[in-house]
Ligand binder design. Structure first.
Ligand code: MLT
Length: 254
């Protein structure tokens, strides 16, 4: 069962965090008004215990079960990076539950053979040495040089991840399927947000996703790297608010 926090009233919006983070990474998004924010910690991260046999599908099922528990049939789903991979799995399993989709610094493709090999090397390292190397290799990609004031916060969130959770998530990401067809079949309106200087999932990924989405719009956030929501929360939140107000509220009954 996923630990989660809930805040506000309005359109249900579930925020699915990236790797190796927790729901805390969305703390500045809770300011967005008119929204019932649901912010889970995925298994092995934050306050949620790791479950056996973790895959993007089991994570998506956990998120869908959380919405069942809260009696929310349809919601806006927002996924940051690994959270986007989980969002695509949820969209494959239960497309009817998507009232809107927000893809944040993520991509629809599966890992290349090289990326998969790197993940398995990292798993070996984490199993022996813990998460220090994952954190030190990822931290510089999360924020631009100008965003270093957020570094301690991001490091603290990363350090709360257990080595077992990190290994399991690396394996789940390596094994995730390609989601091109899922993205193409999405009928829910889609907002794609990317940091201008994101080195992990750069704007070219966002542009490709926009060209594949039936009802997609894209925003490039200036002066932001992978964590565009942390680094430029005001700009990020404004785009989400506009999407919810102008697109989701106008075209769909949540
Ligand atoms: C993330 O931010 O969730 C990860 O960097 C995604 C990935 O490694 O593919």
């Amino acid at each position: 069962m996923l630990s989660y926090i809930e805040s506000g009233t309005g359109v249900p919006l579930v925020w699915i965090h990236g790797f190796p983070l927790s729901g805390r990474i969305f703390e500045r998004q809770l300011q967005i008004g008119g929204v019932r924010h649901i912010v889970p910690d995925l298994p092995g991260f934050g306050r949620t215990a790791l479950s056996a046999g973790l895959t993007v599908d089991t994570m998506a099922e956990d998120v869908l079960k959380l919405l069942d528990r809260l009696a929310i049939p349809r919601a806006v789903f927002a996924g940051l990076s690994m959270g986007g991979y989980v969002l695509f799995a949820a969209a494959r399993l239960a497309p009817e539950r998507m009232a809107g989709v927000i893809l944040i610094d993520t991509r629809e493709t599966a890992d290349s053979a090289d990326a998969r090999r790197d993940r398995h090397e990292m798993i070996d390292k984490v199993n022996v040495e813990g998460t220090a190397e994952v954190i030190s290799s990822m931290l510089p990609k999360m924020l631009t040089a100008g965003g270093m004031s957020h570094q301690e916060f991001v490091r603290e969130v990363m350090e709360s991840a257990s080595p077992e959770g990190v290994s399991a998530a690396l394996r789940a990401m390596a094994e995730r399927p390609d989601s091109t067809a899922v993205l193409q079949s999405l009928t829910a309106p889609c907002l794609i947000v990317v940091g201008e200087q994101d080195p992990i999932t750069p704007p070219t990924d966002a542009e490709r996703m926009q060209s594949l989405a039936r009802d997609g719009r894209m925003v490039i956030v200036p002066e932001a790297a992978h964590l565009s929501n942390v680094e430029q929360p005001d700009v990020f939140n404004r785009h989400v608010e506009e999407f919810l107000r102008n697109v989701v509220a106008g075209s769909l009954q949540v």
